[in-house]
Design a protein around this ligand. Structure first.
Ligand SMILES: [Zn+2]
Length: 118
């Protein structure tokens, strides 16, 4: 089967996506936010009547996996490492999403007849 020039471009972009995916480092979904807490212990600084000082900040990682929302407190000494993995995941999703889009485009041209084209 001869490949049309436009389809060749699509295939080339898919090849580039695969290379980028292979080069991705460690990843993790989600985002980190800072949280302060009140422990509720009597006489604790967080319960001070005029100048309450809440505990924290604690770093909290939030993500959704298979439709389930997950919240995890990240150990203070690991926050940097976890944070570094978050952009890779975003890139991964962006690349795979684009790959799917291009695959649909390819299939559209290869297998399906649409509109006036047979
Ligand atoms: Zn407290």
């Amino acid at each position: 089967m001869k490949t049309k020039p436009s389809l060749r471009k699509v295939e080339e972009e898919i090849a580039r996506i695969k290379k980028k995916l292979a080069a991705l480092g460690p990843m993790h979904p989600g985002s980190i936010s800072q949280q302060y807490q009140v422990c509720g212990k009597k006489g604790c600084k967080c319960k001070h009547p005029t100048e309450p000082q809440r505990h924290g900040p604690y770093s909290k990682l939030f993500y959704v996996h298979r439709g389930k929302k997950v919240c995890r407190f990240v150990r203070a000494d690991c926050v940097d490492q976890v944070e570094q993995r978050l952009p890779s995941y975003k890139t991964f999703r962006k690349l795979t999403d684009r790959w799917i889009e291009l695959s649909i485009k390819l299939a559209q041209a290869e297998f399906f007849s649409g509109g006036t084209r047979q």
